[in-house]
Design a protein around this ligand. Structure first.
Ligand SMILES: [Zn+2]
Length: 88
């Protein structure tokens, strides 16, 4: 009889129900909002506006995409400002 090797990808859902999800940050949307993915079952969570973790539904994915765009624009603009002030 062969000993069963540790293989998280084999029974990911079972693994999570026994040991709990193992979330890792998969995307930083803004300074406060992040997306998390369970490294075993690929379940995704996100931070909502109250700072709570909730399931990443297509609706929230859409909201996060918008937030990310606004956030990146802001960073871009503040960089331009810094650049401009260092020139003048
Ligand atoms: Zn999981």
């Amino acid at each position: 009889m062969r000993e069963q090797t540790q293989h998280p990808g084999l029974f990911p859902k079972m693994y999570c129900s026994v040991f709990g999800h193992h979330y890792v940050v998969s995307k930083k949307v803004t300074y406060h909002v992040k997306e998390y993915t369970c490294s075993h079952c690929k379940k995704q969570l996100t931070t909502n506006s109250n700072g709570h973790l909730i399931e990443l539904t297509p609706k929230f994915r859409e909201i996060n995409a918008i937030l990310e765009r606004i956030h990146n624009n802001r960073i871009l603009r503040s960089k331009e400002k810094t650049l401009a002030s260092s020139i003048y």
